[in-house]
Design a protein around this ligand. Structure first.
Ligand code: GLA
Length: 337
């Protein structure tokens, strides 16, 4: 590395298709115009120095030190270790990390950080993006201890500006679905309840899906056709996954037809399924959904892993979003600036 490099990783909003990625299902996320920026400046010696500007915190470690850190440090250390293990050369440098995507808001600040770190640290950033998404996912799974799927990393690395990305997690086939909203707006409203993937209900839901597969004698819930006969609550978890996969294609159809009322109804149906069948809601999230619906939203739903985080709402032309809501638009994928 001879000169400073800056890279930007966007956050993501998953329009629909929640808790389907680790079940070989379907999802329809888009990269957003909020994200994390990482600048790497060359440094003598053999260390990485990192500064999280928004938190006012620092870290420093030798390049070959693979001890995990806590919080944001685990992502930085984990990304350096995974890049090196994948055979990429990482040079000593000073990393400056800043962003406009609060951690725990459910808009995937972690995938934004991983992607920005990779593109700032790689000597040649022109690498296969699916491979890079897998590498970022290993950072989450193996270094941070969050057993998340590939949704966030594929969304931030592979989405196209102005479009959502239909991902089929069975074979990782990806198709762009233009997000043409006319005078309508998508907004996010932070519920105020922070969520953490490495703990809480997320890993429990994954284990329940695995238990359902075992009971059904199948490899993944994509092969399931019905939840009949499963003990409760596994039957409800499976019902969510089956109906949510169907809603992803219904949403793509509604967008292609320009039927935004139907798109709103699908958001609300997804939320009801996540709340009642997947039991991934909390009171703060319910209040945020109510605030959006009271403002006249055509539909609203929790986004991301649930148990807190942000709620997405679709508002018709001329409607004012509730206090605290922020308009969100599809932006470019992770890139060097
Ligand atoms: C989090 C995880 C993703 C996905 C969603 C739920 O965002 O990181 O892999 O499982 O939750 O759809």
């Amino acid at each position: 590395m001879r000169e400073a490099v800056t890279a930007r990783g966007p956050g993501r909003v998953n329009l629909i298709g929640e808790h389907t990625d680790y079940n070989d299902g379907l999802a329809l996320p888009f990269a957003i115009d909020r994200g994390v920026t990482v600048t790497a400046e060359p440094l003598g010696g053999d260390r990485i120095e990192a500064r999280a500007v928004d938190l006012g915190e620092e870290d420093a470690f030798a390049l070959d030190d693979d001890t995990a850190g806590q919080g944001w440090r685990a992502f930085v250390r984990g990304t350096v270790t995974e890049l090196r293990e994948a055979g990429h050369e990482v040079h000593p440098c000073r990393l400056t990390i800043e962003g406009d995507l609060p951690h725990g808001s459910g808009l995937s600040s972690s995938a934004a950080l991983e992607a920005a770190l990779c593109l700032a640290l790689l000597e040649d950033p022109d690498v296969d993006r699916v491979e890079l998404a897998r590498l970022c996912s290993r950072v989450e799974n193996d270094r941070v201890g969050a057993h998340t799927g590939l949704l966030d990393q594929l969304a931030v690395l592979c989405a196209e500006d102005g479009s959502a990305l239909r991902i089929d997690f069975r074979d990782l086939a990806m198709t762009s679905v233009p997000l043409e909203l006319g005078g309508w707006t998508l907004v996010t409203l932070d519920s105020g309840a922070a969520h953490e993937h490495a703990e809480g209900g997320y890993n429990e839901r994954r284990a329940e899906c695995a238990a359902a597969c075992e009971a059904l004698g199948i490899e993944s819930l994509r092969e399931a056709t019905s939840a009949d006969g499963l003990p409760t609550p596994l039957d409800r978890r499976v019902r969510h996954v089956l109906t949510e996969n169907a809603r992803v294609d219904a949403m793509a159809g509604a967008l292609a037809a320009g039927d935004l009322e139907a798109a709103g109804a699908l958001l609300t149906a997804s939320h009801a399924s996540l709340r009642d069948d997947y039991e991934a809601s909390v009171p703060e999230v319910e209040r945020a959904v109510e605030a959006l619906m009271s403002a006249g939203a055509a539909g609203a739903r929790m986004v991301g892993g649930g148990f807190g985080g942000s709620v997405l709402g679709l508002l018709g032309p001329g409607l004012a979003p509730p206090a605290g809501a922020t308009a969100v638009a599809p932006g470019p994928p992770a890139r060097r600036l």
